[in-house]
Structures are given as C-alpha cells and as structure tokens.
Write a protein that binds this ligand. Structure first.
Ligand SMILES: [Fe+2]
Ligand SMILES: [Fe+2]
Length: 202
C-alpha cells in the first residue's frame, strides 16, 4: 500500500523558494560562462547598484511574483530574459561610453542585439528584453513574462534609487539626534553649575 504525505503550505513555500534560488544561480553561472554577463559588474545602474546586481534583483523579484500570481509562466525564460534585460554593456553615466543621448529609449534594442549575438534566445526572452521599458518606449510587452519583468524592473529601480536616500536620511537623522542629545546634556550641566554657584553665593 502506498502512503501519500501531504506537505504543509510552509514546506511547499520553502521548496518553491529553494527551486527559485537554484534556477537563478544556474542561469547566472551559465550566462557568465557563455557570454559577457560578468561585464555588467563594471557599470552602475541606479545609485550604487551595478547593472549586474540590478539584473539579479529583477530576475529574483520576477520569479517571486510569478510564483505568487495565478498565472502559468515559463519560469526558465522569465529568469533568463530578466537577467539579460539590461545587457547593453556600457556605463550610461559616462558620455563617451553611451552610444546615444536617449539611453532610456534605445538601451532595450541595444541589449537585445547584444544578447542575440551572445546567446540563443526564444521569443519570450526577446520580448522581455525589447519591451521592458514600457511605457517609456511605447510598445508594450506581448507576453505574461514580459509584463512581469516590466513591473519588477520598475519596483527594483525605485528600491535601488530610494534605498541609499533613505539610508542617508536615517544617518543624518541619527546625527541630528546625537547633536541634540549632546547639546541638551551640555545645557543641563551648565544649568546645574549655575545653580551650584548661586547656592554657594547665598
Ligand atoms: Fe532597462
Ligand atoms: Fe532594468
């Protein structure tokens, strides 16, 4: 007689999470080995986040969203397309490296050309790369996977840009608090000394 064990929802979640991590890690290793994915480490995307770290963030979030949405998604193409969505391979902050003044509009095309040159892409992966900048570029994604990466890209961009600002604000808030604390303690001691002098005079 065969006994069937039902997994708890926590165990299912944990299994899904480790599957996502393994898929992501394997794809990163493959893209680094077969193409120029490691070169993305040299260029900054948002704040202090490199294009490499941004692409990994987008792939991780896309995969997480796909696991939690009631949609049937091709996970392998989703992760590969997300990892390659910004495969333009230059630092857009440096004018001499950037091939166009309109990086925001032109880089999906540039990334797609580079990716198609270095890897064999399927239609879903091409769609993800070419249309991830919608609505800035007017042409929307044509696949579910393209839409997921398009949304994940915006969320990561905000997080990576605002993250350091929040950190800075927290630091300056802490510094201001320290300064106020020190000033209050100085005032307190000065008042105590003045009161002591006053009592001594009496
Ligand atoms: Fe992009
Ligand atoms: Fe991006």
């Amino acid at each position: 007689m065969t006994t069937f064990y039902r997994l708890s929802s926590d165990s299912e979640k944990r299994i899904k999470k480790s599957r996502r991590h393994i898929r992501l890690f394997q794809n990163i290793r493959k893209l680094e080995k077969e193409g120029r994915f490691s070169e993305e480490k040299k260029a900054i995307q948002h704040g202090s986040t490199t294009v490499y770290a941004h692409s990994v963030n987008v792939a991780r979030l896309s995969s997480f969203l796909a696991d939690h949405l009631p949609l049937k998604v091709h996970q392998q193409s989703l992760v590969r397309g997300a990892l390659l969505h910004d495969y333009f391979l230059y630092d857009w902050h440096h004018k001499d490296e950037c091939p166009s003044r309109w990086h925001g509009f032109t880089h999906p095309g540039c990334a797609a050309e580079n990716a198609e040159r270095d890897f064999r892409l399927n239609d879903v992966e091409k769609d993800i790369i070419r249309h991830h900048m919608f609505p800035l570029t007017l042409s929307p994604p044509k696949t579910k996977e393209g839409w997921i990466v398009c949304i994940a890209d915006k969320i990561c961009a905000v997080q990576e840009t605002a993250g350091p600002m929040v950190g800075k604000a927290q630091k300056s808030g802490a510094a201001a608090g320290k300064w106020a604390g020190k000033s209050a303690s100085r005032l307190w001691h000065a008042a105590k000394r003045a009161a002591a002098r006053h009592t001594a005079k009496d």
